[in-house]
Design a protein around this ligand. Structure first.
Ligand code: ADP
Length: 306
């Protein structure tokens, strides 16, 4: 095998109460990558379609993640990468993570799988460093493994996969506005009141329990974010209206996807997801905000060969 084609899914990080630790994998939206083994050593990004992103290996998360993997195996092999972007960069659904995950997954396949998918997370997280300034795995972990993942620790990396209730569906609306990462970070406080922390870890623990026990009501009661959402939601047009309407239509919960501006809702079943999506879209039409909308089951396979 000298060439692979890879599906690299979009992801929702944080999932309300799990800031920087929880993530889930989407099915209906993702990039494609073609990775080729070549004679010239090193990693070259030969083509990017769909988005204007750097082709330089050291400026693209796919290139940096690929080099981290090749360093670890001390390989002198050469690879060419084509990235076909469907996920918009900076949308809040793990655009850079998809490329980092796809690069390490594809190269690992071409090297005959020296690493498990779980071991690949560390290399993909290295790639993420150039997108956000820090090594973080809350998008690359669900992108690679699929389902829900919890990053218990980044240093050393300790990632836990959590089961997914069958009927869970995600709705994601992406208002086409730009929120600079530094602005999204700047609104955060560096300390949190103990009372809010207690509520947050109560919700996170209960959310994980709900995912294990298929308890949709507990899931719904747990999908709250006391700490980040009150500060970041002001950067997203119509956030309160979108959230209120989603809950009225029967969503289990609604919050900011990653650092935004995308907003997600989780529902039980596709019928409710469609109703939620229609209401969300109607609100942005009313606010005159251009947007994309995705309805997606939770992807339990993660990054795969296609
Ligand atoms: P989001 O999770 O909000 O979609 P990201 O964390 O993916 O946003 O960050 C996007 C940033 O990463 C942009 O500044 C973009 O230029 C940079 N980047 C570098 N390589 C890639 C890539 N292959 N795909 C997407 N973004 C990339």
């Amino acid at each position: 095998m000298t060439e692979v084609r890879v599906f690299c899914p979009a992801t929702i990080a944080n999932v309300s109460c799990g800031f920087d630790v929880l993530g889930l994998c989407l099915d209906a939206v993702g990039d494609e990558m073609i990775i080729r083994k070549v004679d010239t050593p090193g990693v070259t990004i030969t083509k990017i379609t769909g988005q204007h992103l750097p082709l330089e290996t050291d400026k693209n998360v796919a290139g940096v993640a690929a080099l981290a993997l090749l360093n670890a195996v001390q390989s002198n092999d050469g690879f060419e990468i084509e990235i076909h972007k469907k996920i918009k960069a900076g949308s809040g659904i793990g655009s850079s993570a998809a490329s980092a995950a796809g690069a390490v997954f594809g190269i690992n396949e071409l090297l005959d799988n020296p690493f498990t998918k779980k071991e690949l997370i560390a290399f993909a997280a290295e790639g993420e460093k150039i997108a956000s300034g820090v090594v973080h795995a809350d998008n690359v972990a669900p992108a690679l493994l699929g389902g829900f993942t919890l990053v218990r620790s980044c240093q050393p990396l300790d990632v836990v996969s959590i089961p997914v209730p069958d009927e869970l569906v995600a709705v994601v609306i992406h208002p086409q506005i730009e929120i600079r990462t530094q602005d999204a970070r700047a609104v955060l406080k560096s300390t949190i009141p103990l009372k809010k922390a207690i509520t947050q870890w109560g919700n996170l623990g209960a959310l994980v329990a709900a995912l294990y026990s298929n308890d949709y009501e507990l899931l719904s009661r747990s999908l709250h974010d006391e700490i980040i959402e009150p500060h970041r939601s002001v950067l997203i047009p119509g956030f309160d209206a979108i959230k209120k309407a989603s809950l009225q239509e029967g969503a289990l919960g609604c919050g900011i996807s990653g650092s935004g501006p995308s907003v997600f809702a989780l529902t039980r079943g596709e019928q409710t997801a469609k109703k939620v999506a229609m209401r969300m879209a109607a609100i942005y039409q009313e606010f005159d905000v251009a947007h994309d909308i995705h309805i997606s089951p939770i992807n339990t396979k993660g990054t795969i060969l296609i």
